[in-house]
Design a protein around this ligand. Structure first.
Ligand code: NAP
Length: 284
C-alpha cells in the first residue's frame, strides 16, 4: 500500500483525507490543530514533515497562493504534488513550473463533488499534468472514487475546466437565490417553488446538450426558441422583478447580451449564438 499525504483539512480536504485513509497509510497536516481528530491518519506537526512522509502530496487549501506557501521546496524532490485548491490556469502552470524547478512533479486536480460524495461513484476527479505521474498514483487515488480522468499534459487544463464549470455553477446559483427572493416577494410558497424549479431543472441536461451542439458546430438554429422571443420573456420577468424592488443586475446583464446579438442581426438564432457575441464585450 502506498502512503499519501493530505495538506489542508477544510471540508473538502477532510473528506479527501477520510477516503484516502480508509485504504492507504495517510499523513495529514492542517494549519489549525484538531481538524484530524476523527481521522485514522498520522498527524504531522508541520507541513514539511507531512510532505516528507509520502511520495504523493495532495493539497486542498483555500487557493493556489496558499498551496505554494505550504509547500517547502526543500522537501519536493521526488514528490508528486496534486493540488485540488482552486486557482486559474496560469497559476496552475506557474505552480507546475515551480514544483518542477524543485525536482518534483505537479498535477492539477479538479473535484466535481460535494465533500459528502467523496469516495462514492458520484464524485468526479479531473487531473491535468504529466500522464506518467497520474498513472503512477491512480491506484492510490481510486480511494476517492472510480471516476478519475486525465485531461492532458498541460497543467492548466484542470483549472480551465474548473473555471468553466464554476462559471455555470455560480451564475446558476445566483439565479436560484434570485428566484427564491422573487417567489417570497410575490407571496408564493418557497417549498412549492423549489419543487417546481426542480421539475424544470429536469430539462437542463437537454438544454446543455442542445447548446453544446450549437456551439461545437457554430450553427445556431432557432427552432427551439429564438433570441427575439427570449428577449420578450426576459422583459416581462424584469418588469416583475422591478415591481418588487429587487436587484435586477444579473438578469439585466443577460438581457443586454441577448440585445447585442439581436442588434448584430441574430434575432432569429437560438440561444447558443451568445457564445459568439460574448467575445465582442467591451469590459466594464
Ligand atoms: N467544499 C467543496 O464543496 C469544494 C468542492 C470542489 C472544490 N473545492 C476546493 O477545495 C479547496 C478547499 O476547499 P474547502 O471547502 O475544504 O475549504 P476552504 O475554506 O476553501 O479551505 C480551507 C482550508 O484552507 C486552509 N488555509 C486557508 N488559508 C491558509 C493558510 N494561509 N495557510 C494554511 N492553510 C490555509 C484552511 O486551514 P484552517 O483549517 O487552518 O483554516 C483549510 O484547511 C478550495 O480551493 C475549493 O475551491 C471545494
Amino acid at each position: 500500500m502506498t502512503s499519501v499525504t493530505v495538506l489542508g483539512l477544510g471540508p473538502m480536504g477532510h473528506a479527501l483525507a477520510s477516503a484516502l485513509s480508509s485504504q492507504h497509510p495517510t499523513t495529514v497536516w492542517s494549519r489549525t490543530p484538531g481538524r484530524a481528530d476523527d481521522l485514522d491518519a498520522e498527524v504531522a506537526d508541520t507541513a514539511p514533515l507531512a510532505i516528507a512522509a509520502s511520495p504523493l502530496v495532495v493539497v486542498c487549501v483555500r487557493d493556489q497562493e496558499v498551496t505554494r506557501a505550504v509547500l517547502d521546496p526543500a522537501f519536493l524532490p521526488g514528490r508528486t504534488v496534486l493540488s485540488f485548491s482552486g486557482g486559474t490556469p496560469e497559476e496552475a502552470r506557474d505552480l507546475a513550473a515551480w514544483v518542477r524547478s524543485h525536482r518534483g512533479e505537479y498535477v492539477d486536480g479538479v473535484v466535481v463533488a460535494t465533500p459528502e460524495a467523496i469516495g462514492t461513484a458520484e464524485a468526479a476527479f479531473y487531473l491535468s499534468g504529466p500522464k506518467a505521474a497520474v498513472e503512477q498514483h491512480a491506484p492510490t487515488l481510486l480511494a476517492l472514487g472510480e471516476n478519475l480522468q486525465h485531461l492532458g499534459e498541460d497543467p492548466g487544463r484542470g483549472a480551465a475546466l474548473d473555471a468553466a464549470l464554476q462559471d455555470m455553477l455560480w451564475t446558476s446559483m445566483s439565479g436560484v437565490v434570485h428566484m427564491l427572493a422573487l417567489a417570497r416577494a410575490e407571496g408564493l410558497s418557497i417549498g412549492q417553488v423549489a419543487e417546481q424549479a426542480t421539475a424544470l431543472l429536469g430539462f437542463f441536461p437537454d438544454f446543455v446538450g442542445a447548446l453544446a451542439e450549437q456551439v461545437a458546430t457554430a450553427s445556431y438554429p432557432g427552432d427551439l426558441g429564438t433570441l427575439d422571443s427570449t428577449a420578450g420573456v426576459m422583459d416581462h420577468v424584469l418588469r416583475t422583478i422591478r415591481a418588487n424592488d429587487l436587484d435586477d443586475a444579473v438578469l439585466s446583464a443577460s438581457r443586454e447580451q441577448v440585445q447585442r446579438a439581436i442588434d448584430a442581426g441574430h434575432g432569429d438564432d437560438g440561444f447558443g449564438r451568445l457564445a459568439d457575441t460574448l467575445s465582442t464585450v467591451v469590459r466594464r
